[in-house]
Design a protein around this ligand. Sequence first.
Ligand code: PLP
Length: 338
Amino acid sequence: MIIDLRSDTLTKPTEGMLQAMWAAEIGDDVFGEDPTVNTLEEKLAGMFGMEAGLFCPSGTMTNQIAIRLHTGLQTEVICHKYSHIYLYEGGGIMSNSHASVKLLDGKYGKISPQDILDSINPDDVHAAETTLISLENTMNKGGGSIYTLEEIKPIKSICDQHGLKLHLDGARLFNALVETNESPKDWGAMFDTISICLSKGLGCPVGSVLLGTKAEIKRARKVRKSFGGGMRQAGFLAAAAIYALEHHVDRLKEDHTRARELGKMLEGHALISEVFPVMTNIVIAKLSGISPTDMLQKLEEKGIKAVKFGKDQIRFVTHLDFNDEMLERFGERIKDID
Ligand SMILES: *Cc1c(COP(=O)(O)O)cnc(C)c1O
């Protein structure tokens, strides 16, 4: 049995999800005529109390569209140095939006209101104009760490005072919300735009949704077209997403429980010096006396897959296709590695 913990994007549609996809009513979404896509966009926007949504092929696209909406020539985005938008989107901030980036540090991938305040450029001929703050929740490279709503409020008020836009890369926002029990509507009230991935923990084959105001989403639709992201009978994919929102949100807690157990199994291992606090479905282990490549090789020999995550770290992600039996096997196999 191969235990694949490289990412929560690896899941395959369940039987129920496939049936929902087969049964989808479809149309041409570029004409705005796919009823299932329209339903998905309205449903997610409604959940977060936001005006409108836009279904896109990937979370990279929803993030990059949001950045395009909120920036322009000679502007600057502030984000954490480990942000997905900066590290893992092919340098898109520059190539898609021609914006400059200011990278902040902070424990477990989170940035503080004071550091943000100190990083806003002055209204000065020498400086790029700061227009956007982008946050990530949960924070992938921070080990699936969570921002609480209370932590967002002071950041939101800085944005209001300085006329800045606030974007959330909420690829795994539902993972955070099931842990904190905070309401999606309270989160929706904090941000100008939110990107949510359906193809991660929620288990869909494809898709992300960008949420925002009607006016912003209208512009976003045009940007999506220019990025080549206008899809036709996308209702098959939207049907998977609607199914996931109805059946796969609460169960994210199971992934978190298994991730915590998995973290415990790694603690104290001779080749691991530290396991980041496990808050959601991501487990990051710092290695000691072995390179990530060699450790991954040892794991692979035992039928376990993970990924390199920095120069001395590896990452495991739990997901819909990782069950208790696999967790138990994981525990047995990891003991055999030395
Ligand atoms: C996966 C992910 C995305 C989007 O990735 P795609 O593969 O383009 O869908 C964005 N942000 C974070 C934090 C992610 O983990």
